[in-house]
Ligand binder design. Sequence first.
Ligand code: NAP
Length: 306
Amino acid sequence: MGNVYDMIVIGGGPGGYTSALYGARAGLRVLVLERLAVGGQMALTPLIENYPGFPEGVDGYTLGEQMRQSAEQFGAETRLAEVTGLELRDELKMVDTGEDRFYGRTVVIATGAGPRMLGLDREEELTGNGVSYCAHCDGMFYRGKTVMVVGGGNSAVADALILSRIAEKVILVHRRDTLRATKVYHQSLMEAKNVQILWNSAVVELLGEGRLTGAVVEDLVSKERTQVDLDGAFVSIGRKPASELVAGVLPLDEGGYVIADGSTKTQIPGVYAVGDVRTTHLRQIVTAVADGAVAAEMAGQYLAEK
Ligand code: NAP
């Protein structure tokens, strides 16, 4: 059957395409289903310096494209389609994209993770219109402007520092009185003259019609609320796994990550979880890539035993 594959990979980031490369190179018929564009989160990263083999660094979009080409030269196929439903328990697993149904003897979940949102009323409407989750991607639009960064972890502080070199003023809003970010960042942050820190504070409202113009910030100790005029707000409060598709089907940990150890095996035989969506100690391109290779090996063994 044309729509039956040995391995269906859901997600075209580094983990997904490495599974596809190893699977296809081992002779499996492999399909990668990707919702938007290949590369996953790394496609939004202009310069990657911690993926070995690129002494000058590499832009994430190019690396993603090259990973796709590597897999496709061994016969893996890519379809740009969003998976809307899954039936994983049967021996031949069904993957539904709304338009088509594909069947896989094995399935690799490589859906990655995305930014955590504040959960405020206007947040979705203002995303891309003043609200951003990526200072690397959108920072340059705020030259000479006033921006806010929300969060107190490494990402928030790194974003505040990037933006301090572009924007006129950066307001860092953190809900506690100490940063979670590692000490190495503290000194640089304190030295940045144009960064103001609002401690024990939370953004309670985003303002603006069609475009962000400001925010209401609450002092969590005094409960006093202040309106702040802004050109941009960068939400940097961590990431959340894209595991909605398998919630209720595969066990997830308290953070929503698919529970799987270094073997990438999930609770369902023939179903593997790789990269940022899996419970793991480190979420990087190299770890996703390693997971992808392991999953393909496990899938090969599973199919051989059938
Ligand atoms: P993180 O370390 O989990 O920090 C998230 C921050 O957002 C915390 O300060 C947290 O506050 C705050 N927060 C969470 N939910 C919030 C909410 N609803 N409203 C307001 N604030 C909220 O996430 P991350 O900074 O994205 O980093 C993720 C991982 O990547 C970490 O392991 C980090 O070390 C790593 N990383 C490393 C580097 C580096 O340069 N080495 C750079 C970036 C990221 P609390 O502190 O109160 O919990």
